[in-house]
Design a protein around this ligand. Structure first.
Ligand code: ADP
Ligand code: MG
Length: 395
């Protein structure tokens, strides 16, 4: 459906107060809902989980499966425009929603971002370098992989996240076992690249093609999960940052993308920049924007969805974001505990975000801390203090 502006506090022709809908009720949905509510919108969340983080804070929570026709009909009935908070939302659901309401990002863009094969083809089409890879969809393609190609990483084309759905393989036997372990699903077999570091870019693009972007973020992953984000990126030369911003912009442009997009990149040891993957939504590495920028990635998600003007965000303070995984809810002996929030909150510049998840599991994203300060060194110093208090490794 064509776009039109949904002004905050307005009422539609059928008397509905301006309501923004979101597919998915995780923490990204929760922060979207909070940003939308601050601007006066009502919100509607569709998520089957009765205790979903976004469902808990939204006036309308439609508890239904993502393909449930009645659920989708209710979401459309409530909402003036609809977005998504996770890339694995079924494309068919977005097509249905898009037939009656403005949906951003579009089903086509989400389809590219949710499939590593299409995503890599899009990198190539846009002239953005990515890792050398082979597509594996049939036993013959697996057999055809030359021995010299190994070691590599086998990644499922769809549904992988936080390092799940990927296996490092060194031998042909390991490759076969890994593919069997992934139920012979379509995969990419990707070259293991010599990483110097990882960075990401979050941008927002309007339906008129305006693009604004946040500064380049430098990310540290542990066990395939984002652990620390630092902004400004302490170790990335300006020219490379500029290259990443331009590549992200080109990728958005060539998808005719509307919404917030994150592009993850590898910086290789020889200084080259390689695109890793895209997320058609705000991203964990952009969470610092809530506390450290004048507009956040979620504010821009609201603006792109509602057809409001985009403004170039300004970084107000250097920031370090620490992810709080469920591991922090257990002491060294493995006993459950409440993390020492009072200590952590005694550190100046600490902003605590908890997502309201009812149970902590190791590796589960429970919240994050953003630490701001007058200088990058001070932000890092304060973040390290918080790490010590929480039993997190230094960075
Ligand atoms: P996910 O969807 O799980 O985030 P990614 O493709 O981003 O999947 O991989 C997770 C992490 O694994 C990356 O952030 C990086 O640290 C590491 N990794 C992934 N692909 C490669 C590669 N080709 N070479 C080296 N490290 C990689
Ligand atoms: Mg990733």
């Amino acid at each position: 459906m064509s776009r039109r502006t949904v002004l905050p506090g307005s009422t539609s022709a059928d008397g509905r107060p301006a309501t923004l809908g979101v597919m998915g009720g995780g923490q990204l949905g929760r922060m979207f809902v909070q940003a939308a509510q601050r601007m006066g919108y009502l919100t509607a969340v569709l998520d089957p989980d009765p205790t979903s983080p976004a469902g808990l804070v939204s006036p309308y929570h439609i508890q239904a499966d993502y393909l449930d026709e009645q659920g989708l009909a209710q979401l459309m009935q409530r909402s003036s425009a609809i977005t998504t908070e996770f890339e694995n939302v079924p494309a068919a659901a977005l097509v249905t929603l898009g037939s009656q309401r403005p949906v951003a990002p579009s089903a086509d863009a989400v389809a590219i971002c949710q499939d590593r094969v299409l995503e890599k083809a899009h990198f190539r089409l846009s002239g953005v370098p990515c890792a050398p890879h082979a597509v594996i969809t049939a036993p013959a393609e697996l057999q055809a992989v030359p021995d010299e190609l190994l070691p590599r990483i086998l990644k499922t084309a769809r549904m992988g996240y936080d390092g799940k759905g990927q296996v490092r393989v060194s031998t042909r036997a390991e490759l076969q076992a890994a593919w069997d372990g992934l139920e012979q699903a379509p995969c990419v077999l990707e070259a293991l690249l010599p990483l110097e570091r990882e960075i990401s870019v979050v941008l927002a693009r309007s339906s008129q093609g305006e693009v604004v972007s946040f500064p380049v973020q430098e990310n540290l992953h542990r066990q395939g999960i984002l652990a620390v984000t630092q902004v400004p990126a302490p170790h990335v030369p300006q020219a490379l940052q500029q290259q990443a911003l331009e590549a992200a912009r080109a990728l958005a442009q060539s998808m005719n993308y509307v919404g917030v997009l994150c592009v993850e990149f590898f910086v290789l040891q020889d200084g080259r920049l390689v695109a890793n993957e895209m997320a058609p939504r705000p991203h964990n590495s952009g969470h610092y924007t809530v506390d450290a920028c004048d507009v956040s990635q979620f504010d821009l998600q609201v603006r792109t969805l509602a057809g409001l003007p985009l403004v170039q965000p300004t970084l107000l303070a250097p920031a370090v974001m620490l992810n709080l995984l469920g591991d922090v809810w257990f002491d060294a002996a493995g006993a459950a505990r409440t993390p020492p929030w009072a200590d952590v909150l005694s550190v100046p510049g600490v902003h605590l975000h908890l997502y309201g998840k009812l149970s902590a599991r190791k590796g589960r994203k429970m919240g994050h801390l953003t630490v701001t300060a007058g200088t990058p060194e001070q932000a890092r110093e304060r973040a390290l203090q918080a790490c010590t208090m929480l039993g997190l490794p230094a960075f």
